[in-house]
Design a protein around this ligand. Structure first.
Ligand code: HEM
Length: 125
């Protein structure tokens, strides 16, 4: 197995991850409902991971905001991290593959804690 090395690898990783996520009983319906146009969504995700993993420097968005008020909690992020890591393991190996998994884990955790914090502060108002 090879490492994640170029744009084609990133695209393959993202496509295979979405294939898994769309079939998942927990995440599938959320993606299905929230993403109106997959062909507009996927290029953003290729660009996001391309920037993180192969230095593409093409993503300038701020992904956290779009996940607010989507009813996501720890279960969703844990599943997201698991499916993403499984997709990496099934297709790639090497240092970049390891950082992809580490990044997913850390960011899944950060997203979840930030959402929890914001939820907490809303309740306090
Ligand atoms: C709990 C699981 C998650 C679900 C159900 C989810 C779902 C979504 C949805 C519905 C969108 C907006 C789609 C659109 O209209 O374009 C989105 C955007 C995005 N998500 Fe997630 N997401 C999850 C976790 C994550 C995590 C952990 C990351 C990063 C590590 C991430 C990265 C992104 C990025 C980069 C975008 C594009 C933001 C932009 O518009 O620039 N997602 N996600």
């Amino acid at each position: 197995m090879k490492d994640i090395e170029n744009k084609e690898d990133v695209k393959l990783l993202v496509d295979l991850f979405y294939e898994k996520a769309m079939k998942d009983e927990l995440l599938g319906p959320i993606f299905d409902h929230a993403i109106k146009d997959m062909s507009a969504h996927l290029p953003k995700i290729y660009s996001f991971w391309g920037t993180l993993l192969i230095g593409e420097m093409s993503y300038h968005g701020s992904p956290f905001g779009v996940h607010r008020n989507a009813g996501l909690d720890k279960r969703h992020f844990d599943r997201w991290v698991k499916l993403f890591s499984d997709t990496v393991d099934e297709n790639f190996e090497g240092p970049v593959a390891v950082s992809a998994k580490n990044f997913a884990k850390t960011n899944g955790y950060i997203f979840e804690s930030k959402l929890k914090m914001l939820e907490g502060s809303r309740k306090d108002i």
